[in-house]
Write a protein that binds this ligand. Structure first.
Ligand code: ATP
Ligand code: MG
Length: 283
């Protein structure tokens, strides 16, 4: 697979604060990659540099081997982005919101109607096309924002915490939409999240970011395998002790010899994060 975007030594400081501390990675065409990290890890700052909203303090970004900042106008056409706080015009209808995006992106007038109708269909919002967005649920708004980002047919879609604040059932329906975009439209996706389950379920490759640095980069399976497949949780008065095992048999053996209350569960990316940083991702 061809490399779509490659960054080297990417750094962004705000005064004395280093938000992104020299990161390197490349994304291949069609890949679905997660950038997983806690609040303040540098996820949004990374996305903002990759989409041209922030200038890096240092480092390079190349799309198809060409420098982003030297060819920004053209490369921006490659990029679809759903920002963490992306919004729609509440007083406009779904159709009008999509139409506005087409105008802003210079999509020729005779192509707009077809593209908008396809987008509404893809998002499952066809019957709501003429309703004002202010009548939409949180999940419907998110679906509309996501398909809006695809109207100009980008090569890569950046999704910054696309399901934050949504309840679990709605989150799942958004996952289906996002997977469909990757699979059916063969779209390269970089998704940021601090939800462990989201990264595990959706992404074929996960980069873990902490304090502006990428501290792990592999498939969820590979990240977990390095640690051990099973966790034995031992409930002590002073807290839970977690022991890691490669096989279920080993964990069961240890469980048998356990005098305290014990429980076996499978390793998650939360354990990987804890092992790498000494803390949990969501606190
Ligand atoms: N415009 C800014 N001015 C000053 N500091 C900033 C600015 N933007 C981000 N930061 C700081 O840089 C660090 C990284 O922020 P960033 O928003 O990239 O993190 P994040 O991983 O997206 O977090 P969250 O999960 O909360 O969205 C944080 O400590 C943040 O306070
Ligand atoms: Mg953020």
């Amino acid at each position: 697979m061809k490399e779509l975007v490659e960054l080297k030594g990417l750094t962004r400081r705000f005064g004395k604060k280093t938000a992104v501390a020299g990161i390197d990675f490349a994304l291949k065409e069609g890949e679905f990659v997660g950038l997983l990290g806690p609040n303040g890890a540098g996820k949004t700052t990374t996305i903002r540099m990759l989409t041209g909203l922030y200038k890096p303090t240092a480092g390079t970004i190349k799309y198809h081997g060409r420098d982003f900042f030297e060819n920004q106008k053209e490369i921006k056409g490659y990029i679809g982005v759903v920002h963490q706080y992306s919004n729609l015009d509440r007083d406009l209808t779904a159709y009008e919101n999509l139409s506005l995006h087409c105008i802003l992106h210079g999509i020729p007038k005779d192509e707009r109607k077809k593209k908008i109708e396809e987008a509404l269909e893809f998002a499952g919002l066809r019957e709501y096309r003429d309703r004002q967005v202010k009548t939409f649920s949180g999940g419907m708004k998110r679906r509309l924002v996501i398909v809006r980002a695809l109207l100009h047919e980008p090569r890569i879609l950046f999704l910054d915490e696309p399901t934050v604040g949504l309840d679990p059932q709605i989150r799942r329906s958004l996952w289906d939409l996002i997977v469909k975009i990757n699979q059916l439209k063969k779209m390269t996706i970089l998704l940021t999240t601090h939800y462990i389950e989201e990264a595990e379920r959706l992404c074929e490759r996960v980069m873990i970011i902490n304090e502006g640095r990428i501290i792990a980069d592999a498939s969820p399976e590979a990240l977990k395998k390095d640690l051990g497949r099973y966790v034995l949780e031992v409930f002590h008065e002073e807290g839970i002790e977690e022991r890691l095992f490669q096989t279920k048999e080993e964990a069961l053996e240890a469980l048998k010899n356990c005098k305290e209350t014990c429980k076996i569960r499978e390793v998650t990316l939360e354990d990987v994060f804890l092992n790498l940083t000494g803390r949990r991702i969501d606190v």
